[in-house]
Design a protein around this ligand. Structure first.
Ligand SMILES: CC(C)(COP(=O)(O)OP(=O)(O)OC[C@H]1O[C@@H](n2cnc3c(N)ncnc32)[C@H](O)[C@@H]1OP(=O)(O)O)[C@@H](O)C(=O)NCCC(=O)NCCS
Length: 184
């Protein structure tokens, strides 16, 4: 695949908005850098808290994902604006846990609560199940993240583990919760 090529996973007009979910390309790196650094400053429910990514780090992230046979990444664009990012990675095929996919998702603040998270999650899960050798999908969430938990449960994920006070969030320790979905 050439670095300027992307693969469209979803494209439709929804409520008069142009909604596209596609794989990343190198040209997305500046938008991705702005996206992740804004989320980081928000101190929302992601592990990247307060730090800042460089453009070079973003470019590496995109390059790695474009070359990887073990990853599906979906960028959500609403009217051309980067509104969300989701991915699933499987461990190296040399590893005994390789049938396990690890899921992650985030949306920019102004796009939350309008159904885009569910759409992005469904699109990335469907594509990952089509192209990745997965038996189970796991994810981690902050114990105080009720919105994400509800969304994950609606896809059939169930809690399988919990590290009490495993995450420091805004100065307070919250549980680190692991959820799982069987896909084979
Ligand atoms: C979690 C997140 C991805 C969900 O995306 P979203 O676009 O806000 O969610 P949607 O509008 O698609 O709603 C999906 C489901 O979430 C739940 N939900 C959404 N908003 C909610 C709210 N205000 N209160 C409770 N549940 C809510 C509902 O179950 C909803 O499904 P339903 O409408 O069928 O009931 C998004 O809010 C986000 O990025 N949050 C910050 C980062 C984060 O938490 N990432 C996940 C890390 S584990």
């Amino acid at each position: 695949m050439r670095t300027e090529d992307f693969h469209v996973l979803f494209h439709k007009t929804i409520n008069a908005h142009d909604v596209m979910i596609r794989t990343p390309v190198i040209a997305d790196a500046p938008a991705l850098q702005n996206y992740i650094n804004t989320l980081s400053q928000e101190h929302t429910f992601i592990l990247f808290q307060g730090k800042q990514m460089t453009l070079q780090q973003e470019e590496e992230w995109v390059k790695d994902s474009m070359q990887s046979q073990r990853s599906v990444k979906g960028l959500l664009f609403v009217d051309g604006v980067l509104a969300g990012v989701s991915d699933i990675d499987v461990a190296s095929i040399e590893h005994a846990n390789s049938p396990e996919g690890v899921f992650g998702i985030s949306l920019a603040k102004e796009f939350r609560g309008q159904g885009y998270g569910k759409l992005l999650m469904k699109t990335v899960l469907d594509e990952a199940q089509r192209v990745l050798p997965m038996r189970v999908i796991i994810l981690d969430l902050f114990g105080n993240n009720a919105v994400a938990r509800k969304m994950y449960e609606s896809f059939g994920f169930t809690e399988v583990g919990r590290i009490p006070n495993g995450i420091l969030h805004n100065g307070q320790y919250v549980d680190d919760v692991t959820m799982m979905l069987n896909v084979k």
